[in-house]
Write a protein of this length. Sequence first.
Length: 64
Amino acid sequence: MSHYVPRTYKNGRARRILLRVALVIIALIVAVLIFLFFYLRRYIVYDADGKLRLVIPWLMAISM
C-alpha cells in the first residue's frame, strides 16, 4: 500500500507582487534620471579644450 501524498499548490502571488514593486522602482529611477538629464542640460558648458563640464550655480556658491 502506498503512502498518500497530498498535492500542494504554490501560487506565485508573492513573486508577482515583488516583481511589480521592482518594476515600479526601476521605472521611477529611469523617470528621475530622464528628468535630471533634461533639467541639468542647460548647465553643461564646453571648456577651451573642448571638454564638457557641468557647472551648477548653487553648488558653486556652496563650495566657495
